[in-house]
Ligand binder design. Structure first.
Ligand code: GLN
Length: 488
């Protein structure tokens, strides 16, 4: 079945024309998953029974001649930090090893309503803290383009599943780059929407002022389709934005002629991989050829972004993760001598080293005596970073940068030095601090055959524009059509 290598819009056509049934499709995907998972480990949990029931519902709708939506009967992977009713949701943590949520996240219920078929829950760094999936409490996911390399993170399972055709589409979450960096590492498209655009209800919180949910897909058209379905206001999330969703179907191919694209001089730093640099330069030239006006801009506070993020994200995480105390959710330590020991033993046993490190950093940054020096200062710098973007967007319509400074690195290469790992997100983190949208799309390959990602950053709520800019570039290439040589 070659359909498994295709996009959602291609498969949608085949389903509508009854060339294939959703049940057949789902069976083919599980067949592929069964044959590849020993190597890849993209999924934590498979939801076969549920998927076949959903597929049958889709097939019934198609047989009846109902008008079906673009996701009806389409197999999708869900990052394992999204609650799905009755299905184990682990966050790739031991502390939630047996946690079964009693409700669906808003994104999950929207996808259900749209007729999508859930194949399973994908692997991530524990509580979405990391850039490689090596922090998963289970096994790391491998990069389908080179099994000795990481797939990126934290949504590494989602990105690898799409890249290896273990799902047509996947959902990820992005707090500092966790959709875009794995998309770049695995050669797929990843969109981080504006903060508040997609409901966080039912997303297990990491850093609530930064977390956003978004799509990982083979191409820009599928990213637009998936975003259209999951976006929009939700009264169940108090930070959800009450801004109408654009209709994305008509706008994608309007091109970039006359558009002003900014190149931030602070993003072309020493230490950036030379093949990544060359691919981005080439992409910039192509935009110029397509009629865009390219101009250099400055985002002067870029150098503070990583430090600012690692104070704010850890502070919020230390507060969010205090709910795991062995009383209400997940793992509970056996035979504690008293209540305090229940808390400490449960948390010591349940959390992995990176999560503990972040809880300690965050608690320290929030403690009295250090609050002003760290947390408050970081909040102030966050505003400066946001102001940089506001200023830049007075003269440009979007900003082009590399998504990550290097292609996918090897397992173990950065685990010994957390700071090296944190620097993988140097180009993605500012976008979360500013709350604005950005997309990563494939823009070439290294001589070793690893994908390279181009990032396009937009103004608040300008997802339609950045998708349009990305689409214009994608039309010039076949990068998004290439598949790793894995399986049949
Ligand atoms: N890699 C970053 C971190 O470790 C971002 C993670 C994310 O976006 N969830 O925090």
């Amino acid at each position: 079945m070659t359909l498994i290598h295709q996009t959602a819009h291609e498969i949608h056509k085949a389903l509508k024309e009854k060339k294939v049934s959703s049940r057949e499709l789902v069976a083919s995907f599980y067949h592929r998953i069964d044959s590849l998972e020993n190597d890849l480990n993209a999924y934590n949990t498979l939801t076969k029974e549920e998927a076949l029931t959903q597929a049958d519902l889709a097939d019934q709708a198609i047989a009846k001649g109902d008008s079906i939506g673009p996701l009806t009967g389409i197999p999708i992977g869900l990052k394992d930090n999204l609650c799905m009713e009755g299905i184990r949701t682990t966050c790739s943590s031991k502390i939630l090893e047996n946690f079964v949520p009693p409700y669906d996240a808003t994104v999950v219920s929207k996808l259900r309503k749209a007729g999508a078929v859930f194949l399973g829950k994908t692997n991530l760094d524990e509580f979405a803290m990391g850039s490689s999936t090596e922090n998963s409490a289970y096994e790391a996911t491998k990069n389908p383009w080179d099994l000795s390399c990481i797939p990126g993170g934290s949504s590494g399972g989602s990105a690898a599943a799409v890249a290896a055709d273990e799902a047509v589409l996947a959902i990820g979450s992005d707090t500092g780059g966790s959709i875009r960096q794995p998309a770049a590492c695995c050669g797929v498209v990843g969109l981080k929407p504006t903060y508040g655009r997609v409901s966080r209800y039912g997303l297990i919180a990491f850093a609530s002022s930064l977390d956003q949910i978004g799509p990982l897909t083979h191409d820009v058209t599928d990213a637009a389709t998936l975003f259209q379905v999951i976006g929009g206001h939700d009264p169940r999330d108090s930070t959800s934005a009450d801004v109408p969703m654009p209709d994305l179907s008509g706008q994608l191919n309007e091109g970039v002629r006359g558009m002003r694209l900014g190149i931030p001089k602070e993003y072309f730093i020493e230490g950036i991989d030379s093949e990544v640099n060359a691919a981005i330069e080439k992409a910039i030239d192509e935009y110029r050829r397509l009629g865009a006006k390219i101009q250099e801009i400055s985002l002067p506070h870029t150098g503070y972004a990583v430090a600012t993020y690692y104070i704010l994200a850890t502070a919020e995480a230390s507060s969010n993760l205090s709910r795991y105390d062995g009383v209400r959710y997940g793992h509970r330590s056996e035979d504690p001598a008293n209540l305090l020991e229940l808390y400490t033993k449960t948390r010591r046993e349940g959390f992995g080293p990176e999560v503990k490190r972040r809880i300690m950093i965050g608690t320290h940054a929030l403690s009295s005596g250090y609050y002003d020096a760290y947390y408050k200062k970081a909040q102030q710098v966050r505003t400066l970073i946001k102001n940089d973007f506001d200023e830049a967007f007075k003269s440009v319509d979007a900003i082009l940068t590399p998504t990550a400074p290097t292609p996918a690195f090897r397992f173990g290469e950065k685990t010994a030095d957390p700071l090296q790992m944190y620097l993988s997100d140097i180009f993605t983190i500012s976008v979360n601090l500013a709350g604005i949208p950005a997309i990563s799309l494939p823009c070439g390959f290294t001589s070793g055959g690893l994908p390279i990602g181009l990032q396009i950053i937009g103004k608040p709520f300008s997802e339609a524009e950045i998708l349009q800019f990305a689409y214009a570039y994608e039309q010039q290439h076949d990068f998004h059509k290439r598949r790793p040589k894995i399986g049949k």
